[in-house]
Ligand binder design. Structure first.
Ligand code: NDP
Length: 237
């Protein structure tokens, strides 16, 4: 049976690196993002018979339709990675409500909706493995990122509770919490200054996170875990 994995946010950054690693390991992949052209290009770069889908994770109907399309074209999804995410960094007093909602909806509600949509097939198969991408700031907090931190902290609570709910169905739910990783999301940060705060002395690369994601996806006896991938940053936070 094909090992089918849906990667939300698989068109760029961390999700894309996860897709590259999983393609090498023989999974059939659904690369999902809002921008279909970018998702298609990422899927085609992988070679093989991977497919791209356009979906906005903040919209429940969109998520449900995407799962129906994936199942029709690839078969039941038994592996799910939630790497779709956005940040709108600013001090709380300057943060507009619409920016609060867009971060909560994309980073937290979005993962809830994709996990919910994935459940039926996973329960039927009596197997499933989910990795949600959190953040070290969801565990430690960071000034200028209170709402983003809340969305990622919420994701930990959600993932641990869901892990308890579905363990009896042989479904695992874990979180990877990265530190600073070179992607579009961090391209405007002051890297020279920030990397002095990282014990390993550098920003991470998307592939550094991808290895942790794939480890958790494939670990048969790990669930409800939060794996920090941050070059030691948390030691100083
Ligand atoms: P990128 O900005 O490089 O990629 C984000 C991905 O998410 C893209 O594929 C984007 O595609 C997709 N996406 C964004 N919004 C939506 C949406 N509403 N619906 C569907 N897809 C969406 O980010 P990263 O790779 O850096 O981040 C990946 C995850 O890792 C995020 O959850 C982020 O919060 C987290 N993270 C990143 C860190 C870093 O240092 N980079 C550190 C800690 C955590 P499109 O725009 O086409 O929809």
């Amino acid at each position: 049976m094909d090992k089918v994995c849906a990667i939300f946010g698989g068109s760029r950054g961390i999700g894309r690196a996860v897709a590259q690693l999983m393609a090498q390991k023989g999974y059939r992949l659904a690369i999902i993002a809002r921008n279909l052209e970018v998702a298609k290009a990422a899927a085609s770069d992988l070679g093989g018979s991977h497919l791209a889908f356009s979906c906005d994770v903040t919209k429940e109907q969109d998520v449900q339709n995407t799962f129906e399309e994936m199942e029709k074209n690839l078969g039941p999804v038994s592996f799910l990675v939630n790497a779709a995410g956005i940040n709108r960094d600013s001090l709380l007093i300057r943060t507009k409500t619409e920016d609060m909602l867009s971060q909560l909806h994309t980073n937290l509600l979005g993962s809830m909706l994709t996990c919910k949509a994935a459940m039926r097939a996973m329960i039927q198969q009596q197997r499933g493995s989910i990795v949600n991408i959190g953040s070290i700031v969801g565990l430690k907090g960071n000034a200028g990122q209170s709402v983003y931190s809340a969305s990622k902290g919420g994701l930990v609570g959600f993932s641990r509770a869901l892990a308890k709910e579905v363990a009896g169905k042989k479904i695992k739910v874990n979180v990877v919490a990265p530190g600073f990783i070179h992607t579009d999301m961090t391209k405007d940060l002051k890297e020279e200054h920030l990397k002095k705060t990282i014990p390993l002395g550098r920003f991470g690369e998307p592939i550094d996170v991808a290895h942790a994601v794939v480890f958790l996806l494939e670990s048969p006896y790990v669930t409800g875990h939060v794996l920090v991938v941050d070059g030691g940053l948390q030691l100083r936070m």
